[in-house]
Design a protein around this ligand. Structure first.
Ligand code: MG
Ligand code: MG
Length: 265
C-alpha cells in the first residue's frame, strides 16, 4: 500500500526534516580525527529530543542508536562505537527524526581530515547521483527512471551500486512502500504520483557492488573492503519537479571551506 501524502502531512514532514537537518549540522562539526563515533550519536539524540522529536532509528527493529554510523568499507547500518575517527576515513551519518507523528530520513558522508582524490571523487559522485535520482522523482515517471539515473551516472564513472539495500517510502512509518532501488530500467516499475514521499539513498562503492552483513545482524560492508559512500534525502514527488523535504543547508553552512566539505557543482 502506497500512501499519497496530503499537503498538511507534507508540511509536518518538512517540520520534522528541519530538526533533522539541524541535528546533522550539530553532529557534523564534531566529525574530526580523534573523535569516537558514539560521541556523535549522543549529540544527535540530545539535539533531537531537545526539539521534541524522537530519533527514528533508536529501537527500530531493536537498532541500538539514534544514528547509523558507517565508516569506510561499511555501507550502511553501522553502530556508533568506541571507534576513534582517523585521518583519511570517510563516515556516513544516517539519521531519522519523528516529529508530530511523521518521519524524515537523510544521510551524508564526510571525509575525515585529508582523504585521497580517489575517495573524494567517490563522495562527490555519490552526492551528485542522489540529485540525478531526485531529478526523476516527477509525477508520471516510473521508479525505474530514478534507479536508472543513479545507476548510469555512477557506473559510467567506474563505481558500483549496492543492490541489497534500497530507498523507501517515508511517512507515519520510517519505512513504507514503495521500495526505491538505486538501479533500474527506464520506464519500468511503480508509476510515480504527486504526494509520494520517498527516501532516495544511493549507496555507491569504489570496488565491487557485493556486500555482506556482519555477524552483529546490522552492519553491511563491502566484500572487498573498499570504501562505500551514502547520501540520502527525503523528497516528495511533484508535477514537473521533485521537492526536497530534508535539507543539507545546515550541514553545508557549517562545513563550507572546511575539510568536511563535499562539493556538488
Ligand atoms: Mg537514512
Ligand atoms: Mg532511509
Amino acid at each position: 500500500m502506497i500512501y499519497l501524502k496530503t499537503e498538511d502531512e507534507i508540511d509536518l514532514i518538512k517540520e520534522s526534516a528541519q530538526v533533522l537537518g539541524k541535528a546533522h549540522a550539530e553532529v557534523a562539526v564534531w566529525v574530526n580525527p580523534g573523535v569516537a563515533t558514539k560521541r556523535l550519536d549522543s549529540i544527535a539524540e540530545e539535539y533531537i529530543k531537545d526539539f521534541g522529536g524522537i530519533p527514528s532509528f533508536k529501537g527500530f527493529n531493536n537498532f541500538p542508536a539514534s544514528l547509523c554510523i558507517s565508516v569506510n568499507e561499511v555501507v550502511v547500518h553501522g553502530f556508533p562505537s568506541g571507534y576513534i575517527l582517523k585521518d583519511g576515513d570517510i563516515i556516513s551519518i544516517d539519521c531519522g527524526v519523528k516529529l508530530n507523528g511523521y518521519h524524515s530520513d537523510s544521510a551524508y558522508t564526510y571525509p575525515v581530515g585529508e582523504v585521497s582524490k580517489e575517495v573524494m571523487d567517490l563522495l562527490t559522485t555519490t552526492k551528485r547521483s542522489l540529485y540525478k535520482g531526485i531529478d526523476q522523482a516527477v509525477d508520471g515517471l516510473r521508479m525505474g527512471d530514478i534507479g536508472y539515473a543513479i545507476q548510469s551516472y555512477v557506473e559510467d564513472r567506474g563505481y558500483s551500486v549496492v543492490r541489497e539495500l534500497v530507498g523507501h517510502g517515508v511517512g507515519r512509518e520510517l519505512h513504507e512502500s514503495p521500495e526505491v532501488p538505486n538501479y533500474g530500467k527506464r520506464g519500468k516499475g511503480v508509476k510515480l504520483r504527486e504526494g509520494m514521499v520517498l527516501a532516495i539513498e544511493p549507496m555507491i562503492n569504489l570496488g565491487t557492488k557485493a556486500v555482506v552483513q556482519e555477524r552483529d545482524g546490522w552492519t553491511i560492508r563491502t566484500t572487498d573492503r573498499k570504501y562505500s559512500a551514502h547520501f540520502e534525502h527525503t523528497v516528495v514527488v511533484r508535477k514537473g519537479k521533485a521537492e526536497i523535504l530534508t535539507t543539507f543547508d545546515y550541514i553545508e553552512k557549517v562545513t563550507a571551506n572546511t575539510s568536511l566539505m563535499v562539493e556538488v557543482k
